[in-house]
Design a protein around this ligand. Structure first.
Ligand code: NAD
Ligand code: IPM
Ligand code: MN
Length: 410
């Protein structure tokens, strides 16, 4: 709701350049501090039954360490998860470089089968060699929505003056937009049908390339539903129940404009939720200037990728940002950050993002209490502020931080 209590859902724009509705005013943030928030989202009730409800045996998790410094955070994370939920079976599969060495293929059948066989996957990060595995986890397993919580906790080394205002979730399209790369030579665009004006004509005579941005109703709809379900879940804990869409719908009416309309219309079907929208450049500014106005933020694949790192920077850095990718019947969990090649082998990478991704996985598997226990222990380490890694201004090694967490939950 906005301050007047009106729902701000724009009318449907004509495809290909219909007049777009004026931007709605931003909502006020009513529910902060009402009760403890759910730091990680649950599986989306209307889309997928929680794993725990359909499980007949303890879960199996496929573990893929990934490249560069990623194994240094995933190994202790698995150790902690094992001790919190001993019945979970962790099955390691080869990362890209090792798979290439053994099978001559960075994503061999063995790795794909291990992923398929498991109930979900815990993934470190790809620094290049493991990228085909990432492709399989996203498109092979159709994990269509990427959830990236953005929340400052006391002790996080944020560059913001008032980081306590930051507590929202990015919901990112994980399959379409400009991903996966579908690129070609500019000359191939000669048959482009949307070339209505002289200034839209591709410069066919020039040497160059293009990339394709895909936006299907089916995918945008399920991402929108996931965002609404998440907003509902947060609303139950006192959040305002506000879905924000950000996109370049002014310039890309048929793709970002379509996504915008689908999100707006989906929110309309959830009477308790409110909606706001901003052009992506303005939204980027708001993430810095007024993060307290954000609750659940829906973004395209590439916008979500970029702004998730910006958001991460606002709370204190990539070492702190977890993420989960959900599909209808599969999920995988990875930090927002990459393989941090500059830190590889030094034993100083911050494991918080990986640990919190592990907590999101525990929740997905139905180990809610254990997830909270892990999150609370991490929060305590930050509140105390004595055992922090160098990205957070401390001198602790990765393992010293991990041990500090272990001591606080055991
Ligand atoms: P990056 O996220 O690996 O690192 C960016 C900066 O953040 C570096 O200075 C790094 O040291 C720091 N950083 C990252 N994680 C940290 C942590 N846990 N603790 C402390 N500092 C941390 O991004 P990059 O350097 O641009 O990319 C490296 C590789 O990772 C590239 O190949 C990129 O494609 C890949 N990548 C993979 C994923 C993924 O697998 N999901 C995500 C992002 C980037
Ligand atoms: C991420 C990464 C990936 C992405 C890369 C490694 C393909 O940056 O997960 O944030 O762009 O989605
Ligand atoms: Mn990224």
């Amino acid at each position: 709701m906005n301050q007047q209590g009106d729902r701000q859902v724009p009318p449907r724009a004509e495809e290909g350049g219909g007049k777009l509705a004026p931007l709605p005013t931003r909502v006020s943030r009513g529910g902060r501090g009402v009760s403890l928030p759910p730091p990680v989202p649950p599986p989306f009730a209307s889309l997928q039954r929680p794993y725990a409800a359909r499980a007949t045996a303890p879960p199996t998790v496929c573990v893929i360490s990934g490249d560069d410094a990623a194994p240094e955070v995933i190994r202790p994370t698995v150790e902690i998860l094992r001790s919190l939920a001993p019945e979970i079976r962790f099955m390691e599969a080869l990362s890209g470089r090792e798979a290439l060495a053994r099978y001559g293929n960075a994503c061999p059948d063995e790795t794909r089968e291990a992923i398929d066989h498991a109930d979900c996957t815990l993934f470190g990060a790809s620094g290049g060699p493991s990228r085909p595995i990432l492709w399989y986890l996203r498109w092979g397993k159709e994990t269509y929505v990427n959830v990236r919580p953005v929340r400052w906790n006391p002790g996080y080394r944020s560059p913001m003056l008032h980081p306590e205002r930051i507590d929202y979730v990015i919901v990112r399209d994980n399959l379409e937009g400009m991903y996966p790369p579908r690129e070609g030579h500019i000359a191939e665009l000669s048959a482009l049908s949307s070339r209505n004006f002289w200034w839209q004509a591709p410069p066919l005579e020039k040497e160059g390339a293009y990339a394709v941005h895909i936006c299907t109703n089916e995918q945008m709809q399920r991402v929108a539903v996931a965002a609404c379900e998440l907003a509902l879940h947060r609303q139950a804990a006192g959040y305002p129940g506000c879905v924000t869409f950000g996109g370049k719908y002014s310039i890309l009416p048929r793709t970002d404009g379509r996504f915008r309309m689908i999100v707006a219309e989906t929110v309309r079907t959830y009477p308790s939720l409110s909606y706001q929208e901003f052009l992506i450049d303005d939204l980027a500014r708001r993430m810095v200037a007024a993060p307290e106005t954000l609750d659940v933020v829906v973004l395209s694949n590439e916008h979500g990728d970029i702004l998730a790192d910006v958001a991460s920077g606002s709370i204190g850095g990539l070492g702190l940002s977890p993420s989960a990718c959900y599909g209808e019947d599969y999920a995988y969990f990875e930090p927002v950050h990459g393989s941090a090649p500059d830190l590889a082998g030094k034993g100083v990478i911050n494991p918080t993002a990986m640990l919190l991704s592990g907590a999101m996985m525990l929740e997905y598997l139905g180990y809610v209490e254990q997830a909270r226990c892990l999150e609370t222990a991490i929060e305590q380490v930050y509140r105390e502020g004595t055992v922090l890694t160098s990205d957070q201004g401390g001198e602790a090694s990765t393992m010293e931080f991990v041990e500090a967490v272990q001591v606080r939950y055991s």
